[in-house]
Design a protein around this ligand. Sequence first.
Ligand SMILES: C[N+](C)(C)CCCC[C@H](N)C(=O)O
Ligand SMILES: O=C(O)CCC(=O)C(=O)O
Ligand SMILES: [Fe+2]
Length: 416
Amino acid sequence: MWCRSLACLFKVPCQLSGSARHRSPWLPRGRGTIPAAVARCHHTAPESLKCAWQLHGDHLELRYANTLMRFDFVWLRDHCRSASCYNAKTNQRSLDTASVDLGIKPKAVRVDEARPDGHVTRYGLEWLVKNSYEGQKQQVMHPRIFWNAEIYRQAQVPSVDCRSFLETDEGLKEFLQNFLLYGIAFVENVAPTKEDTEILAERISLIRETIYGRMWYFTSDFSRGDTAYTKLALDRHTDTTYFQEPCGIQVFHCLKHEGTGGRTLLVDGFYAAEQVLRQAPEQFELLTKVPLKHEYVENVGDCHNHMIGVGPVLNVYPWNNELYLIRYNNYDRAVINTVPYDVVHRWYAAHRTLTAELRRPENELWVKLKPGKALFIDNWRVLHGREAFTGYRQLCGCYLTRDDVLNTARVLGLQA
Ligand SMILES: C[N+](C)(C)CCCC[C@H](N)C(=O)O
Ligand SMILES: O=C(O)CCC(=O)C(=O)O
Ligand SMILES: [Fe+2]
């Protein structure tokens, strides 16, 4: 109904690309245009959709849909969607932003009742709310359900059947929706081979090849210089913390286990971090600010590797404080030499608070992986570990590139 738009008239020097198109169909002092300085308008619309704006010296203030927004003039010019500034076929900017005068200012502003008709620096009001800083601040990028063992069990998240996952969009979508909400998801009735696990992985993403290979197979033979290749217990952790960009998703499929123990532990790192934020916001903040190194040094057989990744334990989007990555691996954490002594002490206290939350028994979800049931873990969110075991145990799996999993989800219409 209220597809109104805001139009800004910029005086663009003629030598700029597409400048002529920026001569608006309405002229600065023409009829129907409110001179910029007086700038204010109201319409008979539902209260929440009333629009008011004011042009200040260095920004435009707009109130719409219960949101007070402030727009920088260069930002406005930069986001012009006219044909000469933006290619709607490729969804790419054509405007050379570096050629915009940093002192640019609209000569006039007005609100139109019509839909944007593809010319001038005109923005749908809904588009502005959605894309303004203030609008983004009110939203989450990734809708999620943080969980402890009880919450996860109560939710009774179903495993998706392998055939439906591979052959139908609905099956795939259901799987991805579970994965996005909880950071873990299972596929059932998978043939227990490495090849079949690879087919699953390729359904949602590209496989991320690493120093461990593309599809890996592992057992307790210490073929690599890492505790994963033993029978020992592994406390909760995320993997590849020693990469500048830790692997996004980890896939596990247990192909065989003749013995005892070996259950898998899963803990929602964001649930734990959220508890830290509630109890001790200053500790949460420290964990988001202090950069640390994680390191993988391997010299076993022919394998010689030295990886270093740098970043804080908790990573949040700065505009809304939303968590997007937890880097937590006490085995692989390197010498701390990036933090002065007084900060380091406070950091240890904060790390302790987080660890206590991660270790609460009620936050632990224990599952026994069995042949046929593949587990996908969001390695940026959910920590995994394992119980010590006896006997022969063989796991296969791979890492996935995160962007490509999210890409698949978005193409299916999910918010990711
Ligand atoms: C999964 N796979 C067995 C291939 C590798 C294990 C890597 C273990 C390493 N400590 C880390 O946490 O990153
Ligand atoms: O053996 C397991 O269940 C998991 C080991 C592990 O943490 C890993 O491979 O990343
Ligand atoms: Fe691991």
